[in-house]
Design a protein around this ligand. Structure first.
Ligand code: SF4
Ligand code: SF4
Length: 91
């Protein structure tokens, strides 16, 4: 089974309207290399008309974006509230 297939069996309990990760898009505009675009294993950071777009719904809670982001204050990172978030089903 490949990585994408393994990720595909996970379940996400989404806390609608209450994102556990918030991204400051104004700070992102000052970020040159935007490593989040390639570092997030769930590909939740994308570019839309040169602006960062982020969808928290499929977050694996790995913390990579929090560690790799070079701009202080750009990412407000928290775990989801209890009962919400990813439910790993493989491994
Ligand atoms: S790495 Fe951080 S500052 Fe840069 S685009 Fe991504 S979230 Fe924004
Ligand atoms: S915590 Fe991991 S999966 Fe979630 S947005 Fe950051 S890099 Fe992506």
């Amino acid at each position: 089974m490949g990585v994408e297939q393994k990720l595909g069996v996970n379940k996400f309990v989404v806390d609608d309207g209450n994102p556990h990760i918030k991204v400051n898009k104004e700070i992102c505009k000052t970020c040159g290399i935007k490593p989040c675009l390639v570092a997030c294993p769930a590909s939740l950071y994308t570019l839309k008309e040169d602006d960062i777009s982020f969808d928290f719904a499929g977050c694996l809670e790995c913390g990579t974006c929090r560690v790799i982001c070079p701009k202080p204050g750009a990412i407000d990172w928290n775990y989801p509230q209890g009962t919400f978030g990813v439910v790993f089903r493989y491994g």
